[in-house]
Write a protein that binds this ligand. Structure first.
Ligand code: ASP
Length: 280
């Protein structure tokens, strides 16, 4: 059993030690809870549980504390992939919900598994997800000051391998901040979140770069075709350089490899392999 999580990129404006420590502590606590949960739950259940905890922590750009789009609205995107059944589900630009990853989980049981905008919000309301305003005073200030245009805040993700050898991946984001309303993030696409019986990957970084290189799906495909997870990540990141792309990934393979890789500046992450590890 193994689990790895990320909290997106360490923002240029977060270079103070206090914020760094807060993120290390939050990720360490959450991955420890994830590891405990994984002992008695499937990989799929664990990634939903863990990404919900990350969404509820306002340090990260997902769920509560998400960034605001250029028209002043928060629109959330999240997706989930069950490596065992190879089913993908997600919500794109959903509004007024607390945990978009849980709406994605609900959608796994439907034939129509990716919903966007108003349709996604209506589905959430119909399925009992209550109204929730994810804007925090801090994000409102940033929006008003138009500061977060230059920032890369933390999208969140989790990949888990359970006792039965099944893998699942989940990713959730508030987007890049100040984007054109309804811009589609990579996080609710197979470029940003992918899993099959061989590997699972969750991405963060510039969504357009991640989509242009089909990053998560490509790394998982390479592992499926015999690459180690490390080699698959490194080859795919070398290709990302052709387009001057910017991304970070976390992953687990069915061989038990737990790996993370990022472009500069660095991604914040934590894992529970045999013991707790957190970004330095
Ligand atoms: N990948 C996300 C997006 O482009 C942002 C991020 O990971 O920071 O929407």
């Amino acid at each position: 059993m193994k689990v790895i999580i990320h909290g997106g990129f360490f923002s240029e404006s977060d270079t103070n030690q206090e914020t760094k420590r807060a993120k290390q502590e939050a990720l360490s606590a959450i991955v420890t809870q994830a590891n405990t949960y994984l002992q008695t739950h499937t990989a799929l259940e664990t990634v939903v549980y863990t990404v919900s905890l990350l969404e509820d922590d306002e340090l990260f750009n997902a769920g509560l504390g998400s960034q605001i789009q250029s028209d002043g609205k928060v629109r959330l995107s999240a997706s989930l992939m069950d490596g065992k059944t190879q089913k993908f589900s997600g919500v794109i630009n959903i509004e007024d919900v607390k945990n978009p990853i849980q709406v994605s989980e609900r959608l796994l049981g439907y034939e129509d598994r990716v919903l966007s905008g108003e349709g996604a919000s209506a589905f959430a309301t119909k399925n009992g997800f209550g109204y929730f305003d994810p804007i925090t005073p801090q994000r409102r200030l940033e929006y008003q000051a138009k500061l977060n245009q230059q920032e890369r805040k933390g999208t969140v993700g989790c990949v888990a391998l359970d006792a039965d050898g099944n893998i699942a991946a989940a990713t959730s984001t508030g987007g890049k901040g100040f984007e054109i309303p309804c811009r589609v993030s990579d996080s609710a696409t197979v470029a940003g979140n992918f899993a099959n019986p061989f590997a699972g990957i969750s991405c963060t970084g510039v969504g357009e770069d991640i989509v242009n290189t089909a990053l998560a799906a490509k790394i998982v495909t390479r592992v499926t075709d015999g690459f180690s997870l490390k080699d698959a990540c490194e080859k795919s990141f070398a290709e990302l350089k052709f387009i001057d792309g910017f991304a970070g990934v976390i992953g687990i393979s069915s061989q038990g490899e737990v790996y993370h890789l990022d472009s500069h500046p660095y991604m914040v992450w934590a894992s529970f392999d045999d013991s707790l590890q957190v970004f330095p």
